[in-house]
Design a protein around this ligand. Structure first.
Ligand code: NAD
Length: 424
């Protein structure tokens, strides 16, 4: 249960309560030092900024922006920037907390951060998007830096947004600072393999999970919610591995074809029209219908809070592979566990993105760039080892995979807190 008195009211939101509920459950199992527990329940620091933007029609609109550092005990903090109308301080804080556990779980020398602007990026012109990004970057300048906090793409942002952030930061410094962001274009120091890294990481993790069940990719029926960076890359790689992608969706609608959707064609369709709707050879369905389709693997790769106590009892997949952050509520987790459905948690499943972001940061700091094959081999090693460690903890402690993953991540941070002591 969440001890509400310990959570600072400013961070209250349904998603923050969810992150804290998960943390408390794992902390309980770890018998976590109560002083460390108190320190980890709230972010280390949070910044709220107004982002005024000159719109193309001459009006000035003011948007609310955020950057939150949950923890930076192991190194600089790391986390995406989200542009979405529902972005709030509570949401960004929950996402920052999950980044802390994720980086610790996969052994990266980073803490957790997240940022965002409450806005609808789809409604902006390219010029408006650029002005918003540059002003937001200027406003959070004191919070970011290659040794302080390194942003990356998330919902509604992409490598172009990262390029503008990098340029804005570099203009303020007077020289180029590629290490300020990850997920940037190759032409300015991005890493080979970064754009597909989260999707590829999901596939490496699924391969390990299937081995445990004596199954292979061939003929496996998969449903993917969200067809952005994570969802489309995961769908494409799984399609090439021999899976049958029977359902996909975006924010507007879903597609269903029991014989399998031609993912390379759908990617071309979305490149032209931006949405999955209108793709031939598939039936139009809603996102609610998509989540309960008959399939072997369900990959939620859109937003949080999609699998809840309302639909968990109707889910037909035997594995849920969390591409999104926080797609499953704690109440749904209990129902899925009772039903014997394996939930491979976000902080493990989607850690491929931050892992290749770490590789990009290392390459940038050293000005020494790796081939794609090398990046992918290193990514596979990290993901495979993380899966094995989480499975081992889950068996040893008799807990589900989410609790096991959180226990490993939180333990690493707690050990570092205890070793470093409390200042002053
Ligand atoms: P994106 O903006 O590229 O794509 C998001 C997709 O989700 C789009 O297709 C959008 O239409 C769809 N979507 C939005 N709201 C929806 C809704 N209500 N129902 C169904 N679909 C909806 O974002 P992304 O980078 O692919 O991120 C997706 C998720 O993965 C997020 O939860 C993000 O935090 C997480 N994630 C991303 C990365 C990364 O490297 N980009 C890494 C780890 C985790």
């Amino acid at each position: 249960m969440i001890n509400d008195r310990r959570v600072v009211p400013e961070f209250y939101s349904p998603i923050y309560r969810m992150a804290v509920a998960q943390f408390e459950q794992a902390a309980e199992r770890l018998h976590l030092d109560p002083n460390v527990r108190k320190r980890l329940i709230s972010p280390k620091r949070a910044l709220l900024v107004s982002v005024p933007v000159a719109m193309d029609d001459g009006r000035v609109e003011v948007f609310q922006g955020y950057r939150v550092h949950h923890d930076c005990t192991l190194g600089p903090s790391k986390g995406g920037v989200r542009y979405h109308p529902d972005v709030t301080l509570g949401e960004v804080s929950a996402l920052a907390m999950w980044m802390t556990w994720k980086c610790a779980l996969v052994g990266l020398p980073f803490g957790g951060a997240k940022g965002g602007v409450s806005c609808d990026p789809g409604a902006f012109s390219r010029k408006e998007l650029q002005r918003l990004t540059r002003r937001y970057t200027s406003e959070i300048l004191t919070m970011i830096g290659p040794d302080i906090d390194i942003p990356a793409p998330d919902i509604g942002t992409n490598e172009q947004v990262m390029a503008w952030m990098m340029d804005t930061y570099s203009q303020h410094k007077g020289y180029s600072v590629p290490g300020i962001v990850t997920g940037k274009p190759l032409s300015i120091g991005g890493s080979m393999g970064r754009s597909a890294a989260t999707g590829q990481g999901l596939v490496y993790i699924l391969a390990e999970a299937l081995k445990q069940k004596n199954k292979s990719f061939s003929g496996m029926e998969v449903v993917v919610q969200g067809f952005g960076n994570v969802g489309s890359n995961a769908a494409e790689i799984l399609y090439k591995e021999g899976c049958k992608i029977v359902g996909v969706s975006d924010a507007f609608s879903g597609l269903y074809n029991p014989k399998g959707i031609l993912i390379p064609d759908l990617i071309q369709h979305v490149k032209k029209g931006k949405v999955v709707s209108g793709f031939p050879d598939a039936e139009k369905i809603t996102n609610e219908e998509l989540l309960v389709l008959k399939c072997d693997v369900l990959v939620p790769a859109a937003i949080s809070g999609q699998i809840t106590e309302k639909n968990a009892k109707n889910i037909k997949a035997s594995i849920i592979l969390e591409g999104a952050n926080g797609p499953t509520t704690p109440e749904a987790d209990l129902i899925l566990k009772d039903r014997g459905i394996w939930v491979i948690p976000d902080i493990l499943a989607n850690a491929g993105g931050v892992t290749v972001s770490y590789f990009e940061w290392v390459q940038g700091m050293q000005n020494f760039f790796w081939k794609e094959k090398e990046v992918m081999e290193k990514l596979k090693d990290v993901m495979t080892a993380a899966f094995a460690s989480v499975l081992e903890t889950s068996i040893k402690e008799n807990v589900d995979l989410r609790t096991a993953a959180l226990m490993r991540g939180i333990k690493r941070i707690a050990d570092a807190y205890l070793a470093r002591g409390l200042f002053p």
